[in-house]
Design a protein around this ligand. Structure first.
Ligand code: PGA
Length: 264
């Protein structure tokens, strides 16, 4: 049995979906989580649902996260939310640099790094998203893009304990398409090399360096992806909205731990 620190991290990103009643029902359906040491669950709902989910999941080992944060602690930033406040209302993680924020809100690597640093100051674990577009994949520069985004999007404060990288090919998000298993493994090997190159913060930490895969993960493909070397968990959008699917994906962690053979 893996220890807690080597459990696969299964993160749900609800995006702009969900409501209070649905959040309570989701928490109830999730129960105490998977009951397995192979998977650690995190749910990232829209900001107004963080407290509701955190309260409903109190006492379980399912953690709650946010989808974005501002770089400042407080101030005249209408519509923004600080990492400090997210932590105060029950978040333990925050996603930064998701491709939908990079594309829809013009977020660049330096801003993503500043947001991750703010998350660290607030005691949150930053889930930093990187990933190539289809044109970049077709142009043969996926590895270079991911390497450069990791370099530019991780602040000096990043360690294996406070930072998780999520490799999400932009073209795989919400599309039903995924890279091949060998393409995923190739990017994860390179992402781990990029983290190792940052030195002791990632190589001598109590926590292992973690790189998640995201983009069209569902119960049917989770086990084979989670079984890949260098895949330390998954970041799940659409399939995280239903508790049964989310738990089905988490079960893939157990199948992966058993060598990629589905338990069923
Ligand atoms: P998807 O989204 O699972 O719906 O493809 C993943 C993500 O955007 O984090």
């Amino acid at each position: 049995m893996p220890t807690r620190s080597t459990a696969k991290l299964i993160v749900g990103n609800w995006k702009m979906n969900g409501d209070p009643a649905g959040a309570r029902a989701f928490a109830e359906a999730l129960g105490g989580g998977t009951g397995s040491a192979d998977a650690a669950l995190v749910v990232c709902p829209p900001t107004p649902l963080i407290t509701i989910l955190a309260d409903a999941l109190a006492g379980s080992d399912v953690a709650v996260g946010a989808q974005d944060c501002h770089v400042a602690v407080s101030g005249a930033f209408t519509g923004d939310v600080s990492a400090t406040l997210l932590a105060a209302v029950g978040a333990r993680y925050v996603i930064v640099g998701h491709s939908e924020r990079r594309a829809g809100h013009g977020e660049v690597d330096s801003l993503v790094a500043a947001k991750a640093a703010a998350a660290h100051r607030a005691g949150l674990i930053a889930i930093v998203c990187v990933g190539e577009t289809l044109a970049e994949r077709d142009g043969g520069v996926a590895l270079t893009v991911v390497e450069q985004q990791i370099e530019g999007s991780l602040p000096a404060s990043a360690t294996a304990s406070n930072t998780v990288v999520a490799y999400e090919p932009v073209w795989a998000i919400g599309s039903g398409s995924t890279p091949t298993l060998s393409e995923i493994a190739e990017v994860h090997a390179q992402a781990h090399a990029s983290l190792a190159a940052r030195g002791a913060a990632f190589t001598a930490s109590d926590a292992p360096a973690r790189v998640l895969y995201g983009g069209s993960v569902k119960p049917a493909n989770a086990a084979e992806i989670l079984a890949l070397a260098g895949v330390d968990g998954v970041l799940v959008g659409g399939a995280s909205l239903k508790a049964a699917d989310f738990l089905g994906i988490a079960q893939g962690a157990t199948a992966g731990a058993l060598g990629g053979v589905s338990a069923r």
